[in-house]
Design a protein around this ligand. Sequence first.
Ligand SMILES: [Zn+2]
Length: 479
Amino acid sequence: MRLFDKFRRNPWTAPLLIAGVMATLLAPRSLPAAGAGGAPSGGYPQIQNAPANPPPDQRFKADILVIVAHPDDEPAPYLARAIYDQHKRVAVIFGTPGNGGGDAEGNAQAAALGAIRATEAREAMATFGVLHVWFLCGTDTPGQNVLQSLETWDHGRALGETVRLIRLTRPEVILTWLPVYVAGENHDDHQAAGVIATEAFDLAGDATAFPEQISHPRNRNGIMNLTEGLLPWQPKKIYYFSDALHTDFLEGQGPVYSSADVSPSQHKSYYQLAVEQAAHHLTQGDSGQAAQQALSGGPEYIYAKEPVQLVLGKSLVGGTKTGDVLEGIQPGEVPFAPVQGYRPEPRQGISVELGGPWAYYKLLWKAHNLEHLRDLIKTPEVAVGNGEPVSVPILIHNDTDQAVEVTITCALPAGWKEHSGAGRYPVRPHETYPVEASYNASSTDKPEWQALTWRAESKGQVVGTITLRVMTDSPGLPQ
Ligand SMILES: [Zn+2]
């Protein structure tokens, strides 16, 4: 019989039971004498001292974490200075093994090339004494649209892994590629590295981001611990560098490090140290092979000759924009610094804007408290080869309650050929219509800036214009 049934059959059962319990609790008792089979004076024998909680593994602590896309992306002349003469610990994350592109040393391609380049990268970093080198799950994706690389890299997985490695290495500073669409190489993998580094900078200290990484194991010496036991970590500064053709927009945005300076400890220029480091990337003609030739008395390796010019993304510890990367860095932790995050942009009426990576970056910068990056490139730009295809995504926003028709026309420079773009577009109320405008660039004798301007009209009124400047005759990736 269950107790409830007993109460129901005899209503006196419950009061009697409670009274009995109270009487037992209130009855005077004699405590066992100290040391006579009970608790001894001064403590409880069954409670033992707990072992110390292990601190984060100091072997992996980094001062500078470099997050780049490919082997040979690492800014070697600066890293030589930081490692040899500022005695800083450096770790590196490569987004891909560099499994695309040609093999300047042999016939290996694709996955085999990636296996070789990953080893070359480890050897190159080892010349600087850097042994903590990781690779994300990305695959080399030649192009200029960051959104394509974020897709092929499996963005979520790559971000989770980057957050994990920040929590493991607990860096003071992150160095990465600039997430801005520039005229130049503008490699979409470079920009994906910059996007993921930016996101991870803002997430690694967030205890709700990838919480499985920071959940303590039940028994750290046991098996089957399926949570990771790391701790949140907020890096203090993030700096960017760019692969743009022009560097005017970088001036004054961060520190510049000359590669010609001589290392006081190594008695060689940082250029020379970078050449020796880069010579390990032998499958890459424009870096490893060029560096090897420079070591053999050939032409100088130009990439290592250039100064390393940085853009300060943000600092949580003050300091000046152009001061040293490590300026203001003190040992210890800083609190998690939440950023604004995504906020929908209020819009009214009918409007047009560049879509794809351009539209995405405007949102990214704002969400991550990096709005100053918006001012770096005043007019959107791109670089393409002679006669090469150019694709320009345009968004038509109708934020009215009526369906509208929007006419797009484009003023093209001489020699350009239009395939799509101009037309009359029906746009439903509160709809965004994605237009893909496509062209072939003109051929020019030398690189020159040309401007494409689109005009959007509705009901005879101009509702918006867009200008994109294009650097012609520029070798580089397909746009
Ligand atoms: Zn690269």
